[in-house]
Ligand binder design. Structure first.
Ligand code: SF4
Length: 215
């Protein structure tokens, strides 16, 4: 299992949105890589019916091009790949940072920009990257799966709401969860990092993102 750790600075987000992190508030992000056969990941961690049920309850279902329902068969798409690199990113607050909902959203956005760019670069290096969430993307020799929904436009402005083409089709990818994988089980069982949520008014001690790169 490979690990890399970085301590990001504070400041504005890459899309120009202002930062709500004050001076001195920061966090560490540790990336942990685990490579497993795709067949093993499907057999042990995919529960399509149950996980897709969660998608049905989300406001982005059918209103975001990066989210389900898709124009391709998810299982056939996954079975074109022999191996998957799973990347867990554990985000731990530092410098007095408290993971309120707003702070968590900002940190996740920053880390998603970093992770998504890194995964897309890996795709490009392998000659992939032409189609974000459609059938053609499943023919790519390397295919990225992001750690959540699309963050490129405000949700209410996604063009899927008006059935118009995506503004950034080369930059969107399905999430692992949208492909039917149990992310809580992935995080706890493969990486030893149980997911945490806020409860009873107490913020989580850390945040976890799980991305993937199939090939
Ligand atoms: S880039 Fe914009 S239009 Fe495309 S899926 Fe994301 S939110 Fe929707």
């Amino acid at each position: 299992m490979e690990r890399t750790q970085r301590t990001p600075g504070t400041g504005g987000t890459p899309d120009g949105m202002g930062s709500i992190l004050s001076a001195g508030q920061t966090y560490t992000a540790e990336d942990i890589l685990k490579t497993i056969p795709m067949q093993e990941y499907i057999a042990g961690y995919r529960d399509f019916g149950r996980v897709r049920g969660y998608c049905h309850e989300c406001s982005r279902f059918g209103t975001c091009w990066a989210c389900p329902p898709y124009s391709f068969d998810e299982e056939q798409c996954l079975r074109r790949y022999g191996t998957i690199d799973l990347l867990a990113t554990r985000i731990t607050p530092a410098g007095g940072t408290v993971l309120t909902r707003e702070v968590s959203e900002e940190i996740i956005r920053k880390e998603r920009y970093r992770l998504d760019a890194m995964l897309l670069r890996r795709e490009r290096e392998a000659g992939s990257g032409e189609d974000g969430s459609g059938e053609r993307g499943c023919n790519s020799p390397v295919r990225a799966f992001f750690a959540g929904t699309c963050l490129l436009c405000p949700p209410e402005q996604c063009t899927r709401r008006s059935n118009a083409p995506c503004r950034h089709p080369k930059s969107i990818r399905p999430s692992l969860e949208a492909m039917g994988f149990d992310i809580a089980l992935t995080a706890s069982d493969i990486f030893g990092i149980p997911l945490q949520w806020a409860s009873n008014g107490n913020p989580p001690a850390y945040l976890t993102l799980v991305s993937g790169l199939a090939y």
